[in-house]
Design a binder for this molecule. Structure first.
Ligand code: 5AD
Length: 349
């Protein structure tokens, strides 16, 4: 008997392990009603495990120099129009203080793959953050590095690491990246990070060029097996100065459905409602939460560099995704019965 999308969604909710083909059937067969059903189950699961608390992560985009050349990304190495910047350690610590005062207890240091931030400099920054505020969790998002580098950063005090896998399908990865960037290396890095005891986040864009429904099913099966503590997932949005300038953006609805399926697959996962989602839809952030997301990442970067950290066009900058907007954000969340928490929001598995 072939199962219906609803039966498969129920099986996932009941804690069953699905095959890649089951995920594919869910994605292929689901009608509007099934999608709404999955989102409401995911929202219930979020409430069951986290109540109405939404975790905040203060994001500092500390360098837009990048040696990589991802075809989708606005700060890719080949984009010569970008005004490149690096924040100093003092600037990063200033961002930290602003975030701390606003109640944020996780600092996410995100940057391009920038050799200037070698292990010595990065470890120095991480330990400075930790010695200023021992109750702050430090999340790094610095791309691919060596095992030894990840080890040293962990030793310096880093708690978590975000490294989106972008797609778990080899041929698709090759369509999105130049040949010197390899999916196998990305996956090796994710394994190392896990082995070293980081709380690890992987993730992908929804609707990236060439992505098929099979790719998304493969991503869900990978996430089910890898069991990351965090999953970063947002729609692809074209950037005018990349080879994908004329490609269509990903769908908001598919992104919401994928958020719900990730929540159903890993009930306790930490799942941000991303800025990319807010960029495509004015209610994107809230809709993400109602589909199972439980994390928001306000931007702590100095305002004068924000425009230069442009991964895609029209990045939302209405104030609500920035640190200045924490009170407003809390008010917005109250319209769906949620509230911000200052809890560090560590993984529960
Ligand atoms: N649209 C949406 N997300 C993007 N990212 C990079 N470029 C884009 C884009 N054009 C995402 C990638 C990367 C993360 C930091 O931002 O998934 O891992």
């Amino acid at each position: 008997m072939t199962e219906t999308a609803r039966q498969l969604i129920d099986a996932l909710k009941a804690g069953n392990r699905l095959q890649e083909n089951d995920f594919l059937q869910i994605l292929r067969l689901a009608d509007v009603e099934n999608v709404e059903y999955a989102k409401s189950l995911a929202n219930d699961l979020r409430i069951k495990h986290f109540g109405n608390a939404i975790f905040l992560r203060g994001l500092v985009e500390f360098t837009n120099h990048c040696k990589n050349d991802c075809l989708y990304c606005g700060i890719r190495h080949s984009n010569v129009d970008v005004v490149r910047y690096r924040l100093s350690k003092e600037q990063i610590l200033d961002c930290l203080e602003q975030g701390y005062a606003a109640g944020l207890r996780t600092l996410v240091l995100q940057g391009g793959e920038d050799a200037w931030f070698n292990d010595e400099r990065m470890c120095d920054i991480v330990s400075a953050v930790k010695s200023k505020h021992s109750d702050i969790a430090v999340t790094l998002s610095l791309g691919e590095r060596s095992y030894e580098s990840y080890r040293r950063l962990k030793e310096a005090g880093a708690d978590r690491y975000l490294l989106r896998h972008e797609t778990a399908t080899e041929w698709h990865y090759a369509k999105l990246h130049p040949s010197f960037q390899k999916l196998s290396v990305r996956m090796q890095c994710l394994e190392w990070l896990k082995e070293l005891g980081y709380q690890v986040g992987c993730g992908m864009m929804i609707g990236s060029p060439y992505q098929t429904t099979e790719c998304l099913a493969t991503d869900l099966a990978f996430i089910q097996d890898f069991r990351p503590q965090m999953v970063g997932l947002g729609p692809f949005i074209p950037h005018h100065a990349t080879p994908f300038a004329n490609e269509p953006a990903g769908s908001v609805e598919t992104t919401l459905f994928m958020l719900a399926l990730v929540r159903l697959t890993l009930p306790k996962v930490l799942l941000p409602s991303t800025t990319a989602l807010s960029t495509l839809h004015p209610e994107g952030r809230l809709r993400g939460i109602l589909a199972g997301a439980n994390v928001i990442m306000p931007n702590l970067s100095p305002t004068d560099v924000r425009d230069n950290y442009s991964l895609y066009d029209n990045k939302a900058n209405t104030g609500l995704e920035a640190v200045e907007g924490v009170a407003k954000l809390d008010k917005e969340l109250s319209t769906i019965g949620c509230h911000i928490t200052v809890d560090r929001g560590d993984a529960r598995y």
